[in-house]
Design a protein around this ligand. Structure first.
Ligand SMILES: *Cc1c(COP(=O)(O)O)cnc(C)c1O
Length: 382
């Protein structure tokens, strides 16, 4: 059996309805912003339970525009985690600020207990990442932010519909930034991003900022950027957005099934803690496993496209050299890079594919037990 990681062929198998919508757009000639983008922004804001959403060119642009509009730039420090997709850190650098890292916790998100230690006079913002679709500890992060009068921007690229105590991502920080990249939970046919906010003033500024600072065709309020959500992508998003609840529910159900299946394998597999007041949306399903590289090779050989998110922490990337971090600075993140494994968890997996993945993982460790490896099992813990 083959279990691919990408499900786009399955998701967009019924392409005609989308093409009909795009045909209507082309006939209208409404190619920049316009009705499809308005409609998408309204639906997206409603989905997040927030008043405002602004469609932009990509998730990365959502981060860059948010930081810029909040006045963050050269001389400022922004706190984030090295356990993220490179774009989080790239955005901080692109506005001219300096990224400051804090290690992650057992849930793969920023360890809030370690944030205050790195706050300085230069700290302007905290940029938590809701990695894997698991919300960072926002109540604690917001307390710290208020105490030190720093701003919070959420990287929610992987976390559409995630919430804490029913409060969606974006309800906490000044803004939250989402990506519509083809591999994200709500995806389009190319690049796209969304910023959500509770502030009417920020919404107004961001709408100008993504569109040359133009109030009208002839009036410019501020010099800025061109990063509009493409209208064709908004058309695709408008058709798909109605499905995002069922997409999310399916991912959650798949993750529960994995969690249950791996419960008895504590010596080999460590499922992250699952706090009950937190809704995780499983952009990725990530485990800490013993003999990761061998398990990964085993799964690939069995036709299962397991992956690693991410094999090299950002502080150890060549690009981050000038920041002066070294190996050993973020032990949890570095240990994770050696032990984590991502299994496909997407909404188009069949029950048979789920069962096959579980059997292959269990089969791998069953074989090891027979070879007497069990006595070393404890070294994978903690
Ligand atoms: C995908 C992603 C981004 C960037 O989104 P793009 O739309 O690809 O620019 C940023 N942060 C995280 C955590 C992501 O997963």
């Amino acid at each position: 059996m083959k279990v691919p990681y990408s499900y786009l062929d399955r998701q967009f198998a019924d392409i005609d309805a989308y093409l009909e919508d795009i045909r209507a757009l082309v006939e209208s000639g409404d190619f920049t912003l316009g009705k499809p983008v308005d409609e998408f922004e309204k639906s997206f804001a409603r989905l997040c339970g927030l008043p405002y959403a602004i469609g932009v060119g990509s998730g990365t642009d959502a981060l860059i525009l948010s930081l810029k509009i909040l006045g963050i730039g050269p001389g400022d420090e922004v706190i984030t985690t090295p356990n993220t997709f490179i774009s989080t850190v790239g955005a901080i650098v692109m506005v001219g600020a300096r990224p400051v890292f804090v290690d992650n916790n057992e849930e793969y998100t920023i360890d809030a207990a370690k944030i205050e230690k790195v706050i300085t006079k230069k700290t302007k913002a905290i940029l938590p990442v809701h990695l894997t679709g698991c919300p960072a500890d926002m109540p604690t992060i917001m307390k710290i932010a208020h105490r030190h009068k720093v701003l919070v921007v959420e990287d929610a690229a992987q976390a559409i519909l995630a919430s804490i105590d029913g409060k969606h991502m974006g309800s906490w920080g000044e803004t939250a930034c989402f990506s519509l990249h083809p591999l994200k939970n709500l995806n389009v046919w190319g690049d796209g991003g969304v910023i959500v906010t509770r502030s009417a003033q920020l919404c107004r500024k961001l709408k100008l900022f993504r569109d040359h600072g133009m109030v009208t065709r002839d009036e410019i309020e501020m010099f800025s950027h061109n990063s509009r959500l493409d209208s064709i992508q908004a058309v695709v998003g408008n058709r798909l957005i109605g499905e995002v609840h069922s997409i999310t529910d399916k991912r959650i159900a798949n993750a529960r099934r994995f969690d249950d299946a791996f419960k008895g394998l504590d010596d080999y597999i460590k499922v992250p803690p699952r706090r009950v007041n937190v809704k995780r949306v499983y952009h990725t399903y990530v485990l800490r496993v013993k003999d990761r590289d061998k398990l990964l090779a085993h799964l690939i050989e069995k036709g299962i496209r397991a992956k690693i998110h991410y094999p090299i922490p950002v502080h150890l990337q060549k690009a981050a050299k000038y920041l002066g971090y070294k190996r050993g600075d973020f032990p949890v993140c570095e240990q994770d890079a050696r032990t984590i494994l991502t299994l496909p968890v997407h909404q188009h997996l069949t029950s048979g594919e789920m069962e096959y993945m579980i059997d292959c993982v269990k089969g791998f460790y069953a074989g090891r037990k027979i070879k007497g490896v069990k006595k070393h099992a404890a070294c994978c813990r903690g």
